[in-house]
Design a protein around this ligand. Structure first.
Ligand code: ARG
Length: 588
């Protein structure tokens, strides 16, 4: 469906065109003075310059033509030439019935089956998942859901970090500690043990120790680099060990993402594309896109009109190791080949911007990507603690994802108890609801910000049942569900006709914006536009709820209309919160 503003824009633009003025001046927006009007059009000001007339004169001409139809209840000029518009009840009634109440709220098919690859999550094998990975996965998963909803074939790829120097660091650390292991015996012919010699718990200590040792001792660092090169050259014992690391890490990563209700279609990683690197490099050499630079092989990406230096993308270091950029470029080869996507979107910390600039440029210059594939880096900011510094545990360490979810659940339980909500529920049910509330708190507080801004992780604030929080919205949504259940118990129809009235007009006008809201999310790659919409919807519902009796309404048709509206809002909340990756419990 077209959103309400788009539909009105069509009408007003036609009037501008009939006066020989550009159609785009007829753009209608939701009024920023809702006390004065529902909608406004500011095109008369710009039109005045083109037509060399006074803005008010243009506005008067437009207004006189708009008065001729039954779309508008009132069309008025304000100030120098703003056009204020209110739609008629009959128009809104018709719009509600033909658009908002259509299948899927008549959301348009924007994607037309085009494929989009979304690269988010990006946890590293052997290292704990930190809050940066949390932001990436929450934002990425929501974008995946929205793009799918709009008719794209959106694929989420976790793109594991499993081929970089941290692998060599851990391998060499284990080799120093356990030289007798068969993985390190070059003459060993296999088979290697089936069970992993390291556990998840071991990783918590292994990587930090190895990384510290490498920082302090250059020789130790060399050894780690050599182990990385040997791994990448597929030394059998190293590969066998590495496979254990991947299995152990991925099992835990899957559990974590499962708990977070974050989904991936593809479980690829840097290593998945290793075999594509050599042929890619050969082609890049043949086409002179790859050149030697002091013994390393690089793709220069600087362009003449750059105002700052953009260093070349390094394909092979001097020691023969491949880099982060190499695997990302080879991943582009694979994604183009398998999916020919219309967009590839990376949801990664904004501090990696230069890296993606290099990869994108190398991809385009070399023809690995085509002009029809848009490459986008959605860079997100840092999640800070209430002290304004990057979020850490109390002890100053990296906060593990599972601990964070647990913390949020505990806080949610506290909140439920404080508010005496859910007293009549069993312990299991309460645990389940507290988990949902905790997740809603974490996800909503992240998604309500534009990704690029840093935001403060404030557990107290985000778990509150008041204000712009996930729990507030869940609470409103559950309240509607319980109202609908009661109505059904009383045998009242909740699928009757919604009749536009003063009580519900604002809600219906708001719901008319959903298509634009979703389009906006896809255009800006920012779910915060949808989070804003949901919050407004919950608030607007609350005013509706407070302004009329619903179950005690005596007029049967009014009561039916109220309940049908409640049902519609409930469906919209389910769908839109679902697009943020947030599940609404049936009861609280
Ligand atoms: N593993 C990386 C990190 O932890 C994120 C990967 C992002 N995706 C990519 N294609 N480079 O920073």
């Amino acid at each position: 469906m077209t959103s309400l503003t788009d539909l009105l824009t069509e009408h007003v633009s036609a009037v501008f065109v009939s006066s020989d003025l550009p159609a785009e001046l007829g753009k209608v927006n939701v009024s920023d003075r809702p006390d004065l009007a529902q909608f406004q059009c500011n095109g008369a000001m710009a039109a005045a310059k083109i037509a060399k007339k006074a803005p008010r004169q243009i506005a008067e001409d437009v207004v006189s033509k708009l008065k001729d139809n039954d779309i508008f209840d009132s069309v008025e000029i304000a100030g120098p030439g703003f056009i204020n518009l209110n739609v008629s009840d009959s128009f809104l009634q018709n719009y509600l019935e033909t658009s908002i109440l259509g299948d899927n709220f008549s959301i348009p098919d924007l994607g037309e089956g085009n494929t989009i690859v979304l690269d988010y999550g990006g946890p590293n094998v052997g290292k704990p998942m930190h809050v940066g990975h949390l932001r990436s996965s929450i934002i990425g998963d929501s974008l995946r859901r929205v793009f799918n909803y709009l008719g794209y074939k959106a694929l989420g790829d976790v793109h594991l970090g499993d081929w970089g120097t941290q692998m060599g660091m851990i391998i060499s650390e284990l080799e120093i500690r356990n030289p007798e292991w068969p993985y390190f015996d070059a003459d060993f012919t296999g088979p290697y043990p089936e069970e992993s010699p390291v556990t998840l718990k071991d990783f918590e200590e292994l990587y930090p120790t190895a990384s510290k040792a490498c920082k302090e001792d250059p020789e130790r660092h060399e050894r780690a680099k050599q182990a990385t090169v040997d791994l990448q050259n597929k030394r059998a014992g190293y590969i066998a060990l590495w496979q254990h690391f991947v299995n152990v890490s991925v099992a835990s990563i899957k559990t974590n993402f499962g708990a977070l209700n974050v989904h991936f279609d593809l479980w690829n990683g840097e290593a998945s594309v290793h075999d594509l690197i050599a042929p890619m490099v050969e082609k890049l050499k043949a086409s002179s896109h790859a050149v030697d630079s002091d013994g390393a092989l690089v793709v220069p990406v600087q362009s003449e009109d750059d105002t700052k230096e953009i260093p070349p993308l390094i394909l092979y270091k001097k020691d023969g190791a491949v880099m982060y950029g190499t695997t990302d470029l080879a991943t582009l080869v694979e994604r183009m080949d398998l999916y020919a996507p219309s967009k590839i979107v990376y949801i990664v910390d904004k501090r990696q911007h230069l890296h993606f600039e290099q990869v994108f440029r190398a991809g385009r210059l070399s023809g690995i990507t085509s002009d029809t594939t848009e490459l986008v880096h959605v860079g997100y900011g840092t999640m800070n603690g209430t002290d304004g510094k990057p979020f850490k545990t109390r002890a100053g360490g990296v906060m593990k994802l599972e601990d964070l979810i647990k913390m949020a659940r505990e806080k949610a339980t506290e909140r439920l108890n404080e508010a005496n909500i859910g007293d009549n529920l069993s312990d299991d049910e309460k645990h389940d609801i507290a988990t949902k509330i905790g997740l809603s708190a974490i996800k909503f507080s992240d998604l309500q910000n534009n990704p690029v801004t840093d935001y403060i992780f404030d557990l107290d604030r985000m778990t509150s049942f008041e204000g712009k929080t996930g729990p507030y919205i869940l609470y409103q949504a559950v309240r509607i569900k319980s109202l609908l259940r009661k109505a059904l118990e009383q045998g009242v129809n909740v699928e009757g006709r919604i009749v536009i009235s003063e009580h519900n007009k604002k809600l219906v006008l708001l719901m008319g914006q959903l298509p634009n809201v979703l389009k906006g999310v896809c255009k800006s790659y920012s779910p915060h536009i949808l989070a804003d919409y949901i919050y407004n919807l919950a608030q607007e519902f609350s005013s509706f709820y407070n302004s009329c009796h619903i179950l005690s309404e005596e007029d049967a048709s009014v009561k039916e209309s109220h309940l049908a509206l409640c049902d519609l809002v409930s469906q919209q909340l389910d769908v839109t919160m679902g697009l943020l990756g947030i599940e609404i419990p049936e009861r609280m």
